[in-house]
Design a protein around this ligand. Structure first.
Ligand SMILES: *Cc1c(COP(=O)(O)O)cnc(C)c1O
Length: 365
């Protein structure tokens, strides 16, 4: 007789639904055999990688028989110099996704809870549930984080609050004063994660850099990634900045070689390539204007975004529209999994990709 392993799985895992990632280009090619496909579904950098990062990987290839440096000495040194912090404040992750899991593993378990926003990044809820903890989803305000309501939701067992700033999938942001007021209002025993996956794209002067708040708030942890503006999503590398005490706890639950040698070396090179970052920012600003103008011409509402993507209100038929865009060779992200059935999220692409998307959208509407 075969065994029902679901009954034997950790209770949180029993009710877990896997994360739905953006559809890969190869998969759509296999399904439809289209000649021209563009993917604007995972907020990847459309520029291609920094040439410096590619060269660094090529030089590193001869050494891939060796395990990577478990402590990521060189990348931590480069980050510490750039951020003006101590290397002891850093924890490296296999993408910042890894860090979202690691901090849950440190603080969450039965009889504890984590707080996140209604339209907050989906991984927070998954990481919480995988640890058998209770996820508290706080209703959004104007599609973004309602920080006062999130502070009011803190209860006895609350250990973590996850805030994405800017948020994915809505592109909304919390300002500096609002964030500081929130940090002052939560108990010092509640760890607050500020996930700054898109921070390099932000040009708004009121936008907070949470790393600069670490001295004031020992319960603060900041996550960043090389997957977005630094263009290394396929290599998987991100980092956390916190007090050395919290970094030590994250380090205890980390797999010893969670960041590959290619990822480490590419990240150091990408960090040093300011010109690439500048090009990425400029391309993003121009592309954002292109998509906004296109939406306005089509009479479509959108949520103003500080990230490298735009979330567009296309009406009750968004799921169907997503399918029809696939037929046109355009992969975007339907947001029904976020309980936003009227919206599609579109990553900013190259100018010709944005134009191709807008043309296809016009045809399928
Ligand atoms: C993309 C994204 C991440 C990072 O993903 P990694 O590739 O694992 O670094 C983290 N948080 C948010 C909000 C994101 O959108």
């Amino acid at each position: 007789m075969s065994c029902d392993f679901i009954e034997l799985a950790n209770r949180g895992v029993q009710g877990l639904h896997p994360y739905q990632a953006g559809k890969p280009i190869d998969e759509l090619q296999r399904e439809l055999g289209l000649a021209h496909i563009i993917k604007l579904a995972s907020n990847e950098n459309p520029l291609g990688p920094s040439p410096a990062a590619v060269a660094a990987c090529q030089a590193e290839l001869a050494d891939i028989t060796r395990y990577p440096d478990s402590n990521g000495f060189e990348l931590k040194a480069a980050l510490a110099a750039q951020l003006q912090i101590s290397p002891a404040q850093l924890t490296l992750g296999n993408g910042s996704n890894d860090l979202i899991d690691l901090i849950a593993k440190v603080f969450l378990g039965p009889d504890t809870s984590a707080i996140f926003s209604q339209y907050g990044f989906a991984i927070y809820a998954l990481a919480t549930q995988a640890c058998n903890a209770r996820g508290i989803s706080v209703p959004a305000r104007d599609w973004g984080h309602d920080l006062a309501a999130m502070a009011a939701a803190v209860e006895e067992g609350t250990r973590l609050v996850y805030i994405a700033n800017p948020n994915n999938p809505t592109g909304t942001a919390v300002g500096r004063d609002e964030l500081v007021a929130f940090l002052r209002s939560v108990p010092a025993s509640v760890v607050v994660v500020i996930d700054e996956a898109y921070t390099e794209y932000v040009i708004d002067p009121d936008f907070p850099n949470a790393v600069s708040l670490l001295d004031q708030f020992p319960n603060l942890v900041v996550f960043r990634t090389f997957s977005k503006a630094y263009g290394l999503a396929g290599l998987r590398v991100g980092y956390s900045v916190s007090s050395p005490h919290l970094a030590d706890l994250l380090n205890r639950v980390r797999a010893p070689f969670n960041v590959s040698s290619l990822a480490l070396t590419a990240a150091v090179a990408a960090l040093g390539d300011q010109a690439y970052l500048e090009r990425s920012r400029q391309l993003n600003q121009d592309g954002m204007q292109q998509l906004i103008k296109g939406c306005e011409a089509l009479g479509l509402a959108f949520i103003p975004s500080l990230g490298n993507f735009l979330t567009i209100e296309v009406g009750h038929d968004a799921g169907n529209l997503y399918q029809r865009l696939l037929q046109e060779g355009v992969i975007v992200r339907p947001l029904a999994p976020y309980q936003m059935p009227n919206h599609l999220r579109v990553s900013i692409g190259l100018p010709e990709e944005n134009a191709f998307f807008l043309d296809a959208l016009k045809r399928v509407l």
